[in-house]
Design a protein. Structure first.
Length: 332
């Protein structure tokens, strides 16, 4: 379901549709050399064999994870022999055949050869799939090359990564994604745990930051904590932090209706303190759904506090630390 797709993945699909329009994917398959691409049997396959190239695989957009720091995209392919669906029901003979054929073709690219992906969204929600309702493709696009970045023989799973070789999530990150639906603690070896610098005895607030890597890690942990918080509340958080909306998370109910627009601020310290941009504070003044989520101790035992816009203004002191200065136009 569109609401369950990561914004960065959804942006790829929307950009393709803007550039190429909504195409019949089976015409595309035929041009790529898939035999009988327009037959009814071919239309419901999970993978297609191409006589002159690598196989083509469907990838559900809802199952693509975006790494919170690198932005890399990956999907986990279960290569175990199985005969049950996501909800535990037995596959019908057609589903079992298609699953086995996909696994056979996937074994051809375990060495890391690039393959073409058909990135697709599902009409059904995950909740519907868990109730035994069959998946049904909605939007489908021919995506950039993907490849198997890692083959885990012990766990019988292949890590499919979008783009050129050179990056792969760690095993711990993959495990976190499979358990939580997102990466809780991104692996970034070598990041120093540098606290913010303080100017002592000046009595004047100063704008000082730790290194960028530390800030990125705090932000990622804070976002992950809040995403999980709302999932635990049986809500559906969507990361919109790259959309410049004045908030980071659009929280929706089961009907897909927005109930909170959450601006997330995090700090490694136990003392609450944060910076607001002009856009964020302006949005707070006009958006009734806006709220602030403040995550302290973000790199250890996270503590979460939530504030409505009026509470932010009442509870916190605002200090003007930065001014934007531009050269004035010369008088004639």
């Amino acid at each position: 379901m569109r609401q369950e797709v990561a914004p960065k993945v959804l942006a790829i699909i929307d950009q393709y549709l803007r550039d190429h329009g909504k195409q019949n994917i089976y015409d595309v398959l035929q041009r790529l050399g898939v035999r009988d691409a327009n037959s009814q049997a071919t239309k419901i396959e999970y993978a297609w064999e191409v006589p002159t190239g690598a196989p083509i695989f469907t990838i559900w957009a809802e199952g693509v994870c975006v790494h919170p720091l690198s932005g890399g995209m990956f999907s986990v392919e279960n290569m175990k022999e199985r005969n049950t669906l996501i909800n535990g029901d037995l596959m019908n003979p057609g589903q079992l055949r298609r699953t086995n054929e996909r696994r056979r073709l996937m074994r051809q690219v375990l060495g890391g050869q690039p393959f073409i992906a058909v990135l697709q969204t599902d009409v059904r929600s995950r909740a519907e799939l868990m109730q035994g309702i069959s998946a049904k493709p909605d939007l489908r696009i021919k995506d950039s090359p993907w490849h198997v970045a890692h083959w885990d023989a012990a766990k019988q799973r292949a890590i499919l990564v979008r783009g050129e070789p050179g990056w792969c999530p760690s095993e711990a990150e993959v495990d976190q994604y499979l358990v939580h639906g997102h990466i809780v603690s991104p692996d970034q070896p070598g990041f120093p745990e540098a606290p913010p610098r303080e100017e002592k005895n000046s009595g004047v607030p100063t704008l000082t930051f730790p290194d960028q890597a530390h800030r990125d890690l705090v932000e990622a942990r804070s976002m992950a904590a809040m995403m999980q918080f709302f999932v635990d509340e049986s809500l559906f958080p969507v990361d919109v932090s790259n959309d410049n909306l004045g908030y980071d998370i659009d929280v929706r109910n089961a009907d897909g209706v927005s109930v909170f627009h959450v601006e997330v601020k995090g700090t490694a310290s136990s003392e609450p303190g944060f910076f607001l941009t002009r856009n964020e504070w302006a949005t707070a003044g006009v958006d009734d759904l806006w709220e602030l989520a403040l995550v302290t101790n973000a790199l250890s035992a996270c503590h979460i506090e939530r504030y409505a816009a009026w509470e932010v203004k009442k509870r916190f002191r605002f200090d003007e630390l930065v001014w934007r200065c531009e050269l004035k136009a010369r008088a004639d």
